[in-house]
Design a protein around this ligand. Structure first.
Ligand code: ATP
Length: 836
């Protein structure tokens, strides 16, 4: 109500005039009192009280608004009602009475004219005349001062929701400062909505809502005690006592009938709209378009990056990535608008700086689709030309890969600086100019969660990037719902966050500010506290920012414009979608497989890294070059399918043969598919059952050419569900007394040197260890793909006690015992596997 008090100040002159007229009336009535007209003395007293109220303006109070002329025998004087600051008006007839319609329109115009521009907003509801009451005020709708009239039940309910929200937030001083919402009911709505309207009239003087309610008759004084009640008869209106400023001592109201003012002059609404429009537009929540520059890609990033993020009051707020605020820390509870804020920033930057000036690395660790709009999809082939790497629902390992890449970039930049003898990005010669890189990590606490090797390395990398990034033009934006209590940051938080002078606290994100600051405690969604002094008390600016997603079509237009303007040949970003399965056919390294000299590779999945490189094992002649896929997850069969089809591509027909033993039901479909593919590619395929497998092992283990085949021909023994053959393998051969396991172990040791490789799917580590002859023989199968096997068991099997493997769908751990490689992968599956 602060601004209303200014309005009140402006209105005081009018009051004084009214008071003068009252004094005149009083003198006239005093004369009449001498003739002892019974009501006259009372009327004089009432007028005295009103005059006193009018000539002594309260510090912050209602606006006195004229409704018409009170008539006395001696002439007329203005009849005023207090409105705003917890004062309301109830009229007993509704707008179907033309006088009421005119009165409401007049009141709206007078309130708007009296208050400073931009401090009063009006919303009307009118179920009885379906909005006709407000039609003459149409220019005010166009100016954004008057909302479209609510006429249906749903519209009225939505309007009341909005008004109640406004009342609540104004009451907590979190709404747009001092804005008065005038709610005009030209006719009474249904009982439920009416009850909500009347309830709004009970809200205190800070609630920022003023209700003008027409069409409510008896008992209004009781149900709406903070409203002045106006009753109409056929000829004039009778004005009740304004609460707090009564005309009468006994509640009978003004004892002079009031002739209501008629409709304002034609053109008044249009004139007012012209005056108020610009101010209202400035005061409206900022629009997304306000964040964008007039012309695209005209700014230089040499000394920093700057963008408008929203408005403080009416002033645009620009934030920078520069020497003073190289990195930003953003806090806000879930749903507080973090993603929207980040999108505002990203679109603002991407519109100002060409891709040659700015690169974006975007990492999102939450379930959701924060940055999807920046990458090509089936629906929209566009991408943001600045985006280099985008991780959606990222794994922590992916985050780590991005951070490692950025650390390499720091080293590269250091080399460039050295070569040119400079220490600042701005000093590089134009031919060697480097783009600034903005790295956004949404929900970064996920990356740092726990105290495992990933968290430790991520903290180290973040610290280094934060420390050196300022000079090298690499800027971090870390956003999270919780910036405290992150275990891996203990003892390190100060060193890292100390490099983040710019803090943005969204609702619930006060953790990024000084512990004693409560600046963010009452923020609404759509606003944020911005602090460029690392959260220090007193350095706060409250910013309102627009909802980038409020106009998806407009947003898409901006994106498409940037995409169309991309430099020729610029590639789409490297995208990692955590939820997406990996298909061999979409992996360039897989589709490029062809017969070649050298050891064939068994590709088993896609690495969780920036480029999504194919991951696999070289099957060379070293003992132990066999593949074990372990876990009950049926993906095991899929991984073998991919490995085998990949191997098949590396052999011309006649150079390889495949022995397929699908021993478990889950593998039958996959094995049948594989048989078809291999046969079509011209490779011989033998299908084996348990007995066949046992036989072949003997042949493969025998000295000489494996199983009678020519040396140059590779043999791939592919067993799905090896444990299903456990009994058969354990039994000794009646003639040789050698068990199938012994034959198997011979094949494992000697096979690779003779071109024989086993690719097996074991559904548990235990049967694998049994087949190997104990965990100490683990190197006999050196290539492992672990699916859903517990980290502790895997650690035990591998003899690696600090193994941080947490099984999860669509992920596997690749282990190569020979080159000590541990790699998180997305295992290959056939597209059909998701349909089965
Ligand atoms: N400036 C804004 N004006 C109006 N509404 C907004 C604004 N910003 C966000 N919102 C609303 O808040 C919702 C949540 O915003 P957003 O998704 O950005 O939150 P978040 O903090 O990223 O939440 P989460 O972490 O759960 O994804 C949005 O769907 C939007 O409707």
């Amino acid at each position: 109500m602060g601004r209303l008090s200014t309005a009140y100040g402006q209105a005081v002159a009018a009051h004084r005039h009214a008071a003068y007229r009252l004094a005149q009336a009083r003198r006239a009535l005093a004369v009449a009192a001498a003739s002892a007209a019974p009501d006259t003395a009372e009327l004089v007293a009432g007028l005295d009280r009103t005059a006193a109220a009018l000539t002594a303006p309260p510090a912050a109070g209602p606006l006195p608004v004229r409704i018409g002329t009170a008539t006395t025998v001696d002439g007329g004087f203005p009849a005023l009602v207090p409105l705003g600051a917890g004062h309301h008006l109830v009229v007993d007839r509704d707008a179907r009475d033309a006088r009421v319609g005119a009165l409401l329109r007049t009141l709206v115009l007078r309130l708007l004219a009296a208050a400073p521009a931009g401090t009063v907003r009006v919303a009307g509801l009118d179920p009885a005349t379906l909005g006709a009451t407000f039609l003459p005020l149409r220019p005010l709708v166009d100016a954004g001062v008057l909302a479209a009239t609510a006429t249906s039940e749903a519209e009225i309910a939505a309007l009341l929701d909005q008004a109640e929200r406004h009342a609540r937030s104004a009451g907590q001083a979190t709404g747009p400062a001092g804005e008065l919402l005038v709610l005009v009911a030209a006719s009474a709505p249904g009982p439920r909505e009416l009850a909500r309207l009347t309830a709004l009239t009970h809200a205190g003087d800070t609630a920022g809502v003023c209700v003008l309610l027409a069409g409510v008759s008896p008992g209004a004084e009781r149900t709406a005690p903070r409203a002045t009640v106006l009753r109409l008869n056929e000829r004039y209106a009778l004005l009740g006592d304004p609460p707090g400023h009564p005309f009468s001592p006994d509640g009978r109201g003004l004892a002079a009938p009031v002739q209501l003012d008629g409709d304002p002059q034609p053109g008044t609404a249009a004139g007012l709209a012209r005056q108020l429009g610009p101010a209202v537009r400035r005061d409206a929540p900022p629009a997304f378009a306000d964040l964008l520059p007039a012309r695209r890609w005209t700014e230089s990033a040499a000394t920093g990056l700057r963008t408008v993020v929203g408005r403080a009051g009416r002033e645009p707020v620009t934030l920078a990535f520069d020497d003073a605020t190289p990195h930003w820390l953003v806090g806000g509870r879930t749903g507080a608008g973090k993603t929207v804020f980040l999108l505002d920033v990203l679109y603002g930057l991407a519109s100002r700086y060409a891709p040659a000036e700015l690169q974006l690395h975007l990492l999102d660790f939450k379930e959701g689709v924060s940055f999807t709009e920046f990458v090509p999809t089936d629906r929209d082939p566009s991408w943001l030309p600045h985006a280099r790497a985008v991780g959606i629902e990222s794994d922590r390992e992916y985050g780590l890969a991005v951070l490692r890449g950025l650390r390499r970039e720091l080293d590269r930049r250091a080399g460039v600086f050295k070569r040119h003898g400079v220490s600042r990005l701005a000093d590089l010669p134009p031919a060697a100019a480097l783009p600034r890189a903005v790295v956004v990590v949404d929900e970064f606490h996920v990356l740092l969660a726990g105290a495992d090797a990933v968290a430790r390395e991520a903290v180290d990398l973040l610290e280094e990037l934060a420390r050196k990034g300022r000079s090298y033009g690499v800027h971090l934006v870390l956003a999270s719902q919780s910036t405290t209590g992150i275990e891996s940051l203990y003892g390190r938080a100060e060193a890292i966050f100390g490099q983040f002078p710019l803090r943005v606290a969204l609702p619930g994100g006060g953790g990024v500010l000084d512990p004693l600051s409560d600046a963010a405690s009452r923020l609404q969604v759509g606003s944020a506290v911005v602090n460029t002094a690392a959260g220090a008390i007193g350095a706060d600016t409250v910013v309102r920012f627009p909802d980038a997603h409020a106009d998806p079509a407009g947003l898409a237009r901006v994106r498409h414009e940037l995409w169309q303007a991309r430099p020729a040949g610029s590639p789409p970003p490297a995208v990692f979608r955590g939820y997406e399965p990996a298909h061999p056919a979409d992996t360039p390294a897989f589709t490029a497989l062809a017969p070649a000299a050298g050891a064939p590779v068994a590709l088993v999945g896609r690495a969780v890294d920036v480029d999504g490189t194919a991951a696999g094992f070289a099957l060379d002649a070293v003992p132990g070059r066999h593949l074990a896929v372990v876990g009950t997850d049926p993906t095991g069969a899929e991984v073998l399918h991919a490995a085998v089809t990949g191997l098949a591509r590396q052999h011309a027909p006649g150079q390889a043969r495949f022995l397929l033993a699908p021993l478990v039901a889950e593998a039958q479909v996959v094995a049948a598919d594989l048989t078809g593919l291999l046969t079509a590619a011209g490779h011989p395929v033998d299908r084996l059952d348990v007995a066949g497998l046992r036989d072949r092992l003997t042949g493969l283990a025998a000295p000489g050419e494996p199983d009678g085949s020519a040396r140059a021909v590779r043999t791939y023994l592919v067993v799905f569900g090896v444990e299903a053959a456990a009994a058969a393998l354990a039994a000794p051969d009646p003639e040789t007394f050698r068990s199938g396991r012994e034959e198997l172990r011979t094949v494992l040791r000697d096979g690779p040197g003779r071109g024989v490789h086993l690719l097996g799917w074991w559904r548990g580590l235990r049967p694998l260890a049994d087949d190997l002859g104990g965990a100490h023989q683990r190197d006999d199968v050196a290539c492992l793909v672990a699916l859903n096997v517990p980290g502790a068991d895997l650690g035990l099997h591998l003899g690696a006690h600090d193994l941080a493997w947490r099984p999860r769908p669509n992920r596997a751990l690749l282990v190569d015992r020979h080159d000590q490689r541990l790699q998180l992968i997305v295992p290959f599956v056939r597209p059909e596997s998701q349909e089965q």
